[in-house]
Design a protein around this ligand. Structure first.
Ligand code: NI
Length: 394
């Protein structure tokens, strides 16, 4: 008899909602998730998992050991909030000024604990183990790497990595299992343009870095339009620019910076290379120099098609009424990508918007909130996904 994971998760509904609301009232920023982490550790211990705290600073790992040997599945949930002042008036609104769960990570923690509870209850039937990874600092793209550096992918090493994101870009009742790249890489860059400053009335005696920076910024728009294939995609945005502080003085230095996003590792390398070539080349042509500093924060998030196929089958079986889409993509990034770069797996989107109830503000908005029906849905789907690997008879 197949297990009805959605019904099982639905039975935990009030618990999931209460947990999420408590976390929502007490949000914590990246690497400051102490209350959240201790609550997670206490809950996992109570369920009988072997718990490790302080993994990647404030991360928590709980291992659920099955009765028999088998596959090790990593389940990743992120825990951090954002430096945003909540503008919602809900009774469970943030009690901390300028800190808010505006991305739904409160829901992810509640779902992760719910899945741990559902699977711990079937420990005797499990073949393999589930490694629950409660990750800090997703919002600054640092928590996954911090946990990896602390050995989260070793002893036991997972063979499959799974995770989800509540997703207000889709209505509740929709699930996105995307082929290939689902989320973009994130890269920061700064360009320092140096010239020779002087009097604003005598530009011929200067090497004007403001003029050079303007030309570089314009020329950088050629990277996406002229270098990246029309069949691929990328975004390059200059988001800061600083230089000069008097109306009649040409400064000697201008700095600007921004972000670029890609879906393919090779495209990321291409944009990185062209950014340098364009900045240095244009600056040189105008008698200046450009120093480019760029770093990749996260790689593109790429799902494994075999894991996708297995999840789709499981989701159709346990939730035939849900709408399953395969093209939910965003140029936003996620450091779950750091796990998926090393372990095959899938990160799926659980629709969480409800337009009628006004629960459809975008992620990172001060009025972000989601339909809590997505909590039991997410827990049921994630439990079913994990069960595919550790409870094959289910
Ligand atoms: Ni998020």
């Amino acid at each position: 008899m197949a297990i009805d994971w959605l019904a099982q998760a639905q039975a935990l509904r009030s618990e999931l909602v209460a947990r999420r609301r408590d976390l929502h009232q007490h949000p914590e920023l990246a690497f400051e998730e102490r209350r959240t982490a201790s609550l997670v550790a206490a809950e996992l211990s109570a369920l009988g998992l072997e718990v490790q705290t302080g993994v990647g600073k404030t991360g928590v790992v709980g291992v659920l050991e099955g009765a028999q040997d088998g596959t090790t599945v990593l389940v990743r949930c992120d825990m951090d909030a954002l430096p945003i002042h909540e503008a919602n008036a809900a009774e469970y609104a943030s009690q901390t000024p300028n800190t808010m769960h505006a991305c739904g990570h409160d829901g992810h923690v509640a779902i992760g604990l719910g899945v741990a509870k559902l699977l711990a209850a079937r420990r005797d039937q499990l073949a393999g183990r589930v490694k629950f990874v409660f990750q800090p600092a997703e919002e600054i793209a640092a928590g996954a790497n911090a946990m990896i550096a602390d050995g989260v992918l070793e002893s036991p090493a997972p063979q499959v990595a799974l995770g989800l994101h509540l997703w207000n870009n889709m209505p509740v009742g929709t699930v996105g299992v995307t082929e290939g790249a689902a989320m973009a890489s994130a890269n920061d860059f700064t360009v320092t343009v140096r010239g020779v400053g002087g009097h604003g009335a005598l530009p011929d005696e200067t090497r004007d870095p403001i003029f050079a920076a303007a030309q570089i910024i314009s020329a950088l728009q050629s990277v996406v339009s002229r270098n990246v294939s029309g069949l691929d995609t990328a975004v390059l945005s200059v988001c800061t620019i600083h230089g000069g502080d008097a109306m009649n003085v040409i400064p000697s230095e201008v700095t600007f910076g921004g972000t670029f996003r890609t879906y393919q590792p090779a495209t990321n390398e291409l944009v990185m290379r062209r950014l340098r070539e364009v900045a240095e080349g244009v600056a040189a042509a105008l008698g200046c120099t450009a120093e480019v500093r760029a770093q990749q924060l996260t790689p593109p998030l790429i799902n494994d098609s075999a894991v996708n196929a297995r999840l789709r089958e499981a989701f159709k079986r346990v939730a035939p009424h849900l709408t399953l889409v395969d093209n939910a993509r965003t140029m936003a990034s996620e450091d779950m990508a750091c796990f998926l770069e090393r372990v095959r797996g899938t990160f799926f989107f659980v629709g969480s918007a409800n337009h009628e109830r006004g629960l459809d503000f975008p992620h990172h908005h001060p009025r972000f909130d989601f339909d809590e029906e997505a909590l039991p849905l997410g827990a049921g789907l994630l439990a079913a996904a994990v069960a595919e690997y550790v409870l094959p008879s289910a």
